[in-house]
Design a binder for this molecule. Structure first.
Ligand SMILES: N[C@@H](CCC(=O)N[C@@H](CS)C(=O)NCC(=O)O)C(=O)O
Length: 201
């Protein structure tokens, strides 16, 4: 299998952390720049987004929740996404909240880093910052109820917070007033899977 990824993509990092946590072998990582729409990526994923997973028979899977679910089930072992019951919906909702933070933070990063200053919208920037702060408040409220054993909710949450640090540190001071979340994140960051997938300096 081949995984198209970008080193800075939090969605791709989520998949890479899952691969590391489950010790899945045999996946070749292919570093691409999705915003350049490289032919090798768009022939598999017309959206030209990473991550995209190419299976052994050439079929492509995207986006990150689909890839995570596929790899989780195909690799066997302890499932990081429960197959059913209330637990499944809770874990998937947590992943959705974290993915939403990533999406909002990506919108902010594109506005701030790729748009000329005179074309940027302060209203949108403020809107996205409010969304990220509100979502961080929700995480602070529920982080204490995350289970001791990890699941995709933990992984997605950690990747989203790391992405806030990477792309939105000047806009969203998410640690202030959220001590439980900050402590949880500090500890989770020490996992080998997180250390191995850090954004390069
Ligand atoms: N919902 C998608 C989001 C993926 C995504 O937005 N990836 C970004 C990189 S962080 C991308 O490839 N963007 C390229 C583009 O929008 O052209 C997922 O979960 O995989």
């Amino acid at each position: 299998m081949r995984l198209f990824y970008a080193p800075t993509s939090p969605f791709a990092r989520k998949v890479r952390v899952l691969i590391a946590e489950k010790a899945i072998d045999g996946i070749e990582l292919v570093n691409v720049s999705p915003f350049d729409a490289p032919a090798e990526l768009v022939t598999s994923n017309p959206l030209s987004k990473v991550p995209a997973l190419i299976l052994g028979d050439g079929r492509a899977l995207y986006d990150s929740p689909v890839i995570c679910e596929y790899l989780d089930q195909a690799s066997g072992g302890t499932l990081l996404i429960p197959l059913g019951g209330d637990e499944r919906w809770q874990v998937l909702r947590r992943q959705a909240l974290a993915d939403g933070i990533m999406e909002t933070c990506l919108s902010l990063a594109l506005e701030v880093n790729r748009r000329p200053e005179n074309e940027r919208s302060p209203d949108w920037i403020e809107h996205w910052c409010r969304t990220m702060r509100r979502s961080a408040d929700a995480l602070e409220t529920e982080i204490g109820s995350y289970s001791a054993s990890i699941d995709i909710g933990h992984i997605a949450t950690a990747c989203a917070l790391a992405y806030l640090d990477f792309r939105a540190a000047q806009h969203v001071d998410w640690r202030t007033g959220r001590p439980e979340l900050a402590a949880w994140f500090g500890e989770f960051l020490q996992r080998p899977s997180m250390l191995a997938t850090q954004v390069p300096e």
